[in-house]
Write a protein that binds this ligand. Sequence first.
Ligand SMILES: *Cc1c(COP(=O)(O)O)cnc(C)c1O
Ligand SMILES: [Zn+2]
Length: 410
Amino acid sequence: MSLDFGPATALSCRECGARYDLGPSFACLECFGPLEAAYSFGDVTRADIESGPANIWRYRSLLPVPADVAAKPNMNPGWTKLVQAGNLGKALGIRSLYVKDDSGNPTHSFKDRVVAIAVEAARNFGFHTLSCSSTGNLAGAVTAAAARAGLDACVFIPADLEQAKIAMARVFGGRLIGIDGTYDEVNRFCSELIGDPLGDKWGFVNVNLRPYYAEGSKTLAYEIAEQLGWRLPEQIVIPIASGSQLTKIDKGFKELIALGLVEDRPYKVFGAQAQGCSPVSTAFKAGHEVVQPVKPDTIAKSLAIGNPADGPYVLDIARRTGGAVEDVTDAEIVAAIKLLASTEGIFAETAGGVTVGVLKKLVETGRLDPEAETVVLNTGDGLKTLDAVSGDAAPTAVIRPSLDAFRAAV
Ligand SMILES: *Cc1c(COP(=O)(O)O)cnc(C)c1O
Ligand SMILES: [Zn+2]
């Protein structure tokens, strides 16, 4: 069987540039650096893209997938709304603000984007089982995608995740294994499994398929630029778990510039973490280039990676673009979820509370320009993290169905 990865021609090491054949590998044999997809792009025009489907496959000529990818059974994620957030902008004093609302994906988080690309890699390599280590959203995205693609699924999570995320991952079938430990321990276990006969023919979307998986995040950059009318935003606030999404959004913007699809103008990238798991923010503030691992303790479980693989690259990007990395407390996360909901009618999961909370903090401390066009990401659905607003999980009043009782209550 010959491999078909469309415009992707090789894997290359982010650290030393060594090149490898496209395969299910993720670390450089020379220096152990991470491998990423390298391309030879053809002529890509705005018109080609605009005539494509209303999902991530409109960008297939920029992704490591075969040209006929849209014809195969898959989840067709992407082309989520870019919401003009005038009310939230007014509340925060930002003139031009948009929310890129990725809760609108098939399994209600941004993870459907990355998994869709990983499924194509799994098919290319003849894997029969789709797997991952997950902080919650990835587990559901993988089991759903496997169901639709006709693959087996076996996914691994820290055992103490939100109920909604556990139920969501199980409803699609496959096996969901809870591990008594942190996400970082789950991830290490998966690396071990890859080397064992037990994990043979398994595609771990964020481990041995990571170079393909990670490219899915570029579609967020492409969509934002296209939805702004083929223009880069001046400022963008992105959540950080492993840091992959942030680094790939930056890669996506740079590709659009290089291909002449948008004008080359400066943009600032801001990273957002929860204070209970803020190793990248801590390193940014201290001026360090290395990220010290932490043990996470936050309600933003989807972002609770204590040893983020792409942390150093995030630091580079934030510094190079003139952005920053900031963090907010659990109380600020909850307040930000409510602020976004009550101003724009968008119910974000805790990760969206992190980005909106950080956005607020950055404006208040003068590091974000309130006059510049700004995009903030909401990467997941509030229904998955109801506990964060459990204080509101009751009516404002319970009355008998009579006008007198209502009058008395209001
Ligand atoms: C996974 C995830 C992210 C980002 O993860 P990275 O590892 O940094 O790419 C952001 N938001 C939500 C809700 C997620 O589930
Ligand atoms: Zn290398």
